[in-house]
Write a protein that binds this ligand. Structure first.
Ligand SMILES: CC(=O)SCCNC(=O)CCNC(=O)[C@H](O)C(C)(C)COP(=O)(O)OP(=O)(O)OC[C@H]1O[C@@H](n2cnc3c(N)ncnc32)[C@H](O)[C@@H]1OP(=O)(O)O
Length: 410
């Protein structure tokens, strides 16, 4: 029997060794130090078999943008179970403890990025945002259907970036649901880290902002580059990897995309985590030049307190439905509830009426940010619709003008 309890700071190095073991990772000294510091700032729970730490889970203290609100939301990370103890319920026990703590702390939701998509649905997490991998052939000028903004572009020193682009990012977070808050440390130790943790072949981060010095910025692009790989006949062009691009308008976005697509000694721009409704995909004149090469589940969301989550968000249209909700991990959420919601707010109370929709909490979580349509889940056989049109009506109320999205992998 393992014992689930808080992991003291003294055990952080052991937790990291366990995580590196589980993730087949061998980071260098600097990355280890960064991870250590990061874990000092996270909530930490462990599974101990006697003295041995055999399971671990950490939680960032995030807030997450949801439609019309910004909610406390632990961001679960560094989940690892020792190879000697896997498939014996250690993760399940850690998750049980984590969800109980989340509820006790009054956070209505929790989120994570999954190492494998098959793991977290059973714990009530739904796939709530998606990322698109976009590739631009930049061996020729980027063909656009909008006129790029003419404001000057300027380089921002990464050391100044939290002050220059941090507030811009924080404001942009409210425009799309699904975005976690970014602490100064997450900027410096993650996005702006000199060495790229995934691939040390990439340059340090580069930032180009739109707007003359002294003026408020109108957008920015954060990217890294890889030089030409010179293997004789196998010579491949340099690559630009766009990590983040935010802009006030399509014209500013066009100026920033054009800029990275025209960098000398590069022939490809890869943006690994764009919103699936990225305006670029519409204003690119040649869709053979700008291609979506992949679509992946990004943020997984858990509605820990369904009532608090539903009544906290904004609603796009009036709806009144009775939901029969299943939640085997958090039974307080389970049962029949009448949701009456609209632009004025929402009420969610237990009901004795027959259900319009029958669904598991993971399906409601997938739909909560407006990124997954319940009508599609009905069509997939995952949501039962007992009143024709009920799923479409709830979709209309959950809808957001922009798809939820985040590239903040944690
Ligand atoms: C948010 C993050 O940090 S994501 C990172 C997750 N960590 C990793 O991928 C590191 C390598 N893997 C591991 O450390 C472990 O295998 C973990 C954490 C994925 C699973 O831990 P375990 O203690 O083995 O899980 P546990 O025994 O509680 O399994 C619970 C259920 O999930 C299932 N499950 C666990 N892992 C997986 C998986 N990778 N794929 C599919 N199903 C899985 C189990 O079969 C079990 O199913 P059941 O309830 O029907 O019996």
């Amino acid at each position: 029997m393992v014992d689930i309890r808080a992991v003291p700071e003294a055990d952080i190095d052991r937790a990291l060794e366990l995580a590196y073991l589980a993730f087949h990772d061998r980071p260098g000294k600097e990355a280890r130090e960064r991870h250590h510091t990061l874990l000092t700032r996270c909530g930490r729970i462990g599974a101990y078999d006697g003295d041995a730490l055999v399971g671990f889970m950490a939680a960032h203290d995030f807030r997450l943008s949801v439609p019309g609100a910004d909610l406390p939301c632990p961001g679960l990370t560094f989940v690892a179970v020792a190879p000697t103890h896997r498939r014996r319920g250690v993760l399940s026990a850690l998750m049980h403890e984590q969800l109980s703590r989340t509820a006790a702390e009054g956070a209505p939701i929790a989120a994570l990025w999954a190492s494998e998509a098959a793991i977290y649905g059973r714990f009530g997490f739904g796939s709530a945002t998606h990322g698109a991998t976009v590739e631009i052939d930049s061996t020729r000028p980027l063909a656009l259907r909008v006129e790029p903004d003419r404001r000057p572009l300027r380089l921002v020193d990464p050391a100044d970036a939290p002050d220059v682009i941090g507030p811009y990012h924080e404001a942009a977070r409210g425009t799309r649901a699904g975005r976690p808050s970014r602490s100064p440390e997450r900027w410096t130790d993650g996005w702006l880290c000199e060495e790229d943790e995934e691939d040390e072949g990439f340059s340090p981060p580069r930032i180009i902002a739109s707007g003359a010095p002294g003026e408020p910025i109108a957008g920015y692009v954060l990217y890294r580059t890889k030089p030409v790989q010179d293997g004789g006949p196998l010579r491949s062009p340099g690559e630009v990897r766009v990590d983040e691009l935010e802009a006030d308008s399509p014209q500013v976005a066009a100026a920033l995309w054009s800029c990275v697509a025209s960098l000398d000694l590069t022939g490809t721009v890869r943006a690994w985590g764009r919103p699936p409704d990225d305006p670029l995909l519409h204003f690119a004149a040649d869709r053979d030049q700008v291609r979506v090469t992949g679509l992946f589940p990004a943020l997984w969301l858990r509605l820990v307190d369904v009532r608090a989550a539903l009544t906290a968000r904004a609603w796009a249209a009036p709806v009144e439905v009775v939901l029969e909700l299943a939640d085997v991990r958090l039974p307080a959420n389970a049962g029949r509830f009448r949701l009456k919601a609209g632009p004025q707010g929402a009420a969610y109370e237990r009901s004795g009426s027959g259900p319009d929709l029958t669904l598991d909490v993971r399906e409601l979580a997938a739909a909560y940010l407006g990124g997954t349509r319940l009508t599609e889940l009905v069509a997939a056989g995952l949501v039962g619709e007992h009143t024709p049109g009920a799923a479409a009506a709830l979709d209309a109320a959950l809808r957001t003008s922009l798809l939820p999205h985040t590239a903040d992998e944690f």
